[in-house]
Design a protein around this ligand. Structure first.
Ligand code: IDP
Ligand code: MG
Length: 138
């Protein structure tokens, strides 16, 4: 059993895609163990994405992630890290296969609708960064 962090990013929340994304999660049979709607503050977004702090797109990324509310979700399941990454597709929606969330709901590489942890290490960091243990189902 694994856990991963999913985020419905501000562009997808603003576009009214919360319901469709959660529908796909339920259809895939992934278990929701935590969920909250929050408007990330600049410092929180910078810390969340600190691994990208030297990238040229870092400020654009922080501006995007703090542009409105996001839905933060912790998912649990067998191989859930890979399964969720497969459901969302690659970073650039224009390169994402049909039927993936980023292809269907993303706009561009800078407005790509959703987040998914890319490894067990990042899942653990990201979940602990954004959730208290007591916010999660056991
Ligand atoms: P990932 O979300 O598919 O794991 P990462 O390379 O970890 O992709 O990048 C994190 C986030 O940074 C992306 O989801 C996207 O929102 C943003 N990003 C990545 N590359 C670019 C870029 O070239 N321009 C603008 N934003 C980018
Ligand atoms: Mg990543």
């Amino acid at each position: 059993m694994e856990r991963t962090l999913a985020i419905i990013k501000p562009d997808a929340v603003a576009a009214g895609y919360i319901g469709e994304i959660i529908r796909r999660i339920e259809e895939e049979g992934l278990r929701l163990v935590g969920m909250k709607l929050i408007h990330l503050q600049i410092r929180e977004a910078e810390g969340f994405y600190y691994i990208h702090r030297d990238q040229p797109f870092f400020k654009e990324l922080v501006d995007y992630m703090t542009s409105g509310p996001s839905v933060l979700i912790v998912l649990e399941g067998v191989d859930v890290i890979n399964r969720w990454r497969k459901m969302i597709g690659p970073t650039d929606p224009q390169k994402a296969p049909r039927g993936t969330i980023r292809r269907d709901m993303g706009v561009s590489i800078g407005r790509n609708a959703v987040h998914g942890s890319d490894s067990a290490e990042s899942a653990s960091y990201e979940i602990n960064y954004l959730f208290k243990g007591t916010d999660l189902l056991s």
